[in-house]
Design a protein around this ligand. Structure first.
Ligand SMILES: CCCCCCCCCCCCC/C=C/[C@@H](O)[C@@H](N)CO[C@@H]1O[C@H](CO)[C@H](O)[C@H](O)[C@H]1O
Length: 592
């Protein structure tokens, strides 16, 4: 370990702005970071940060030793292949990709409503049209086929098939038909559909009438929706997941309010939402188990996204405990009830104690009854795991004046190493070895469940139209290699999903952060797709089922970069042509 820097949630002011300059095609493009997305910190904050840098360096320097099997191999590359039958895929979600927000009878979702409020989304972007996946899914399946994907992970928009949210009110057959066509065409092309029932787009009417996931009635409404999906699509879909990344639904939707529905119920909202989500998940699993499993022979899991937390000083017990807390408040919050029957003890202890200190009669963390615990325990046929990044963790007490919140309940600070590459989103540093640790944690904590990696990838943080995405190839190469090491460790990983197939609507960041293997020209109403170099690179990983030998793997990047220069030219030419045809300038979010 070489030293780490306090970032908290203020961005490190020595931020590196990415790698586009190395692979520049000056003739075609210009690569800029917009002013408004730069971190804004005062001189006082800089001083505080500098003090933290020094403190953190002292802590980190004391932890030079490698200490275990995962760390000893963290820099070495492992040449080998995945077990036969390992499934390779790419992902999307309904709101981020489909567009067609009010077409063919679709109802409004909380994201349709949230993006209409000024100032919530970067540049006030919306997912109204996004990639137009609703109309272009056939073209997208051709891209998947070309990559030889084994599976495609996508979500069903609840309000597209139940416009008011309620099955008893109206079923939108046009919405059902869209998903039937998508599923049929995937299967015709030998691509397995892996379907998420809820990727954040709650019907708006359920938010307005009941307060969304703050209300326990969502459990039954969600179960009705899921049951309808099993009934209509279950003879073709064998891999279901109830929720995608419930941590974000709870924390960003009901605690910080950065995501829809934008509620800021600090210290209670996230816990309550999560409680109802866990109950809803369990109910849907039981519905499948009782009514559909014997006929349809599929599986139901949940997709949990979490970062890895590494102790700043691995010889310091308090750092070790803080890192454990970080993970338990993240992954364990959802995984422990589902695999082991109740919330992690450390969450019960910390939130209970703090609630007592605040003079509350009961913990802000809701309680499962004994019946609920046994009902929830074991409701997971496989675990979907989303993983992007890692933090160093050390204990930190927050003054009570800050008020109660999920973040202060944990009593910890998050740190990052300035040497970690951070080409994309502000929160996303490339730390491949954290992925292996996370997978091993899942194995030991939850009885080595079957795991499908449901999200892993990296974005471009700049307003940047370079298709030669060297940093993304490096990220995939290193993260997938750590997953391969985890398979060697005995973790039961069965499949991997690159996030994402296409650039798409990145929630509160609008279209300013691009995660796609394919570049989407959002400024063109036809939303054309262009392959980035990482498409070629990922294709080679898929066709080799891993990393067969050094000589071959080392040639992949070079070969991929050979093709992306021509894609860059194509895109530039298309834009010039389109610019010539239009008087209007490009939208600000996509300057060239
Ligand atoms: C006292 C302490 C102060 C606390 C300050 C609060 C600040 C909170 C900020 C939280 C930010 C978390 C950002 C992390 C996000 C990722 O885990 C999340 N984006 C992963 O979800 C998936 O991301 C994909 C790419 O971003 C994709 O968008 C997908 O749909 C998501 O499921």
């Amino acid at each position: 370990m070489t030293g780490c820097v306090f970032s908290g949630f203020l961005r490190n002011y020595t931020e590196v702005w990415g790698l586009c300059g190395n692979l520049w095609t000056p003739e075609a493009f210009e690569c800029k970071k917009t002013e408004s997305s730069l971190p804004k910190i005062t001189m006082l904050q800089r001083c505080v940060l500098r003090t933290y840098h020094v403190l953190a360096l002292v802590l980190c320097v004391s932890a030079r030793e490698d200490f275990d099997w995962t760390k000893n191999e963290k820099t070495s590359f492992y040449y080998s292949t995945f077990p036969t039958g390992f499934s390779w895929g790419a992902g999307s979600s309904a709101y981020q990709t489909e567009g067609a927000w009010n077409i063919d009878g679709k109802g409004m979702s909380i994201w349709d409503a949230f993006t209409r409020k000024k100032g919530k989304i970067f540049l006030n972007d919306t997912g109204d049209t996004s990639c137009d996946g609703y109309n272009k899914f056939k073209e997208d399946i051709t891209l998947m086929k070309d990559m030889k994907l084994n599976h495609y992970r996508f979500s069903i928009s609840w309000p597209r098939i139940l416009p008011s949210g309620l099955k008893s009110e109206h079923i939108n057959e046009k919405g059902i038909k869209y998903y039937e066509d998508l599923i049929n065409m995937l299967l015709d092309n030998k691509i397995t559909p892996i379907v998420i029932l809820y990727h954040w787009d709650l019907p708006q009417l359920l938010q307005e009438k009941y307060g969304g996931w703050q209300n326990v009635t969502m459990v039954n409404y969600f179960n009705d929706f899921a049951n309808l999906c099993f009934e209509r699509f279950g003879h073709k879909v064998k891999y279901w997941m109830t929720f995608n990344n419930p941590w974000s639904i709870a924390v960003e939707g009901y605690e910080t309010g950065e995501h829809a529905p934008g509620m800021k119920l600090k210290g209670t909202g996230a816990y309550k939402a999560a409680h109802h989500i866990i109950k809803a998940h369990a109910k849907v699993w039981h519905t499948y188990d009782m009514q559909w499993r014997s006929k349809q022979k599929g599986m139901v899991g949940i997709s949990l996204t979490a970062d890895w937390g590494e102790p700043v000083d691995i010889t310091n017990q308090r750092d070790i405990e803080a890192a454990e807390r970080y993970i338990q408040f993240y992954l364990g919050w959802f995984a422990t009830p589902i695999f082991n029957g109740d919330y992690p003890q450390v969450m019960k202890d910390y939130i209970g104690r703090k609630s007592g200190q605040q003079g509350l009669g009961a913990s802000r963390l809701p309680v499962f009854s004994p019946q609920e615990k046994s009902y929830i325990k074991g409701t997971c046929d496989f675990l979907g795991l989303g993983h992007f990044t890692t933090r160093y963790i050390t204990p930190k007490n927050y003054p009570s004046g800050l008020g109660d919140s999920y973040f202060t309940d944990r009593d910890l600070a998050e740190l990052v190493d300035p040497k970690w590459p951070d080409p994309g989103s502000e929160w996303l540093y490339s730390v491949p070895w954290g992925f292996r640790r996370m997978l091993n944690f899942v194995k030991t904590q939850y009885g080595n469940p079957m795991v499908y990696v449901t999200e892993n990838g990296v974005s471009e943080k700049m307003v940047c139209t370079d298709l030669c995405d060297d940093w993304r190839m490096q990220y995939f190469k290193d993260y997938i290699n750590e997953m391969l090491k985890a398979v060697k460790d005995g973790v039961n990983v069965k499949g991997y999903t690159a996030w994402s197939l296409l650039d798409n609507f990145e929630w509160d960041e609008g279209f300013s952060e691009r995660f796609g293997l394919y570049y989407v020209d959002f400024s063109n109403k036809n939303k054309p797709r262009y392959p980035k170099a990482s498409v070629q690179f990922y294709k080679r990983i898929i066709s080799s089922n891993g990393f067969p030998n050094q000589r071959e793997v080392e040639s992949w990047k070079r070969k991929a970069v050979e093709t992306c220069a021509s894609s860059n030219q194509l895109l530039a030419a298309a834009r010039r042509k389109s610019q010539g045809n239009q008087e209007k300038a490009w939208p600000v979010h996509d300057e060239v």
